[in-house]
Design a protein around this ligand. Sequence first.
Ligand SMILES: [Zn+2]
Length: 296
Amino acid sequence: MLGAVELLPGLVRAAAVDDDGQLRQLVERSFHADAGGADIEAVIADVAAQCFTFQRVRGIGIACPGLVDVHTGAIVELLDLPQLQGFPLSDVVAKHGRAPAVAEHRARLQAMGDRWFGQGRGRRSFASVTTGETLGVGILYDGQVIAPPGGRSGAHMIVAAEGEMCTCGSLGCWKTVATTAWLRRAATAAGLDGVTGLADLVRRPEPAAAAVLDRYADHLALGLINIQHLFAPGRFIVHGEARAAGQAFRDRIEDRLLAVTSWSAEAERPHLVVADVDEDVSALLGGAGLVLTRLG
Ligand SMILES: [Zn+2]
C-alpha cells in the first residue's frame, strides 16, 4: 500500500492507495489558513497518524502547493501559507505516518499520478497540464520525470516581453494570461458580466464570449508550444478547467500546437487528451506515484 498526503491552504488530506490507484482510506481535516505554524503542524501530524497508524504504507508522497527542497522535504516557498516557510514537511509526515516520506510541488507531482495510474501509463514522454485557477506543467521525458531541484512548474515562464506584472514580480509570466483570473478580467472587459470561469463562459451565447474563449485557448497554447519545442512530449494530458471546456476549445489549442511543430517529422504529433483520473484525488494519486518513483 502506498501513502499520499496533500497539503492545501486550509486543508490536509491523507490517503492509502493500492497499486492500482484505488483509494483505500482517506482522512482529511481543515484548518484556518491564518493559523500559526505550530497549529498547522499539529493538524498535519494528526491526519498522518490517523491515516497511517492502522493502514501501514511503504512510503508517503506529499503534494505541496509551493516549492519544496526535494532533498530535505522542507518548504522553500509557499505564497498562500507564508507561515510555513522552512517547515520540515517530509520529516513531520514521516514521523507521524511512520513511513519514509518525500515531498514535491503539486503541479510537477501530478505527472506521476498520470504516469502510474492515468493517461501517461506505458509512455516514455508526456506533459501533464494543470489549468484553471492555477497553472502548471509536469513533464515525463524519456521515462524520467523532469523535476530538478530549484526548478519550477511553468506558470512563471515568461511569454511576453512587456506583459502584465505577475505575483512573482516579473512581467509577462504565462500565468498572467492563462489562468481563470485572466479569463474573468477579459470577459468583463469584453462586456460579459459575472463570468465565473471557463465552463460558465462556454455556455454564454454572446459573440464576445467566443472571442474571449479563442484568446484564452491561444494563451494556454503559448506555454505548451514552448514545452513542445523543448521536450516534444507529444501527449498533453489536460487537468482542471480546460478539461470541461469542450472539444472545440481543446481542438483550438491542438491546432496551435500543430501549426508550429509541422517542421518535425521525427517528433510525435502534439495532441491533447483529457485526464482520466478523478480531479479530486489527482494530487493524492500523484503522491502515490511519487512513492513508486522515488522510493521504489
Ligand atoms: Zn510570475
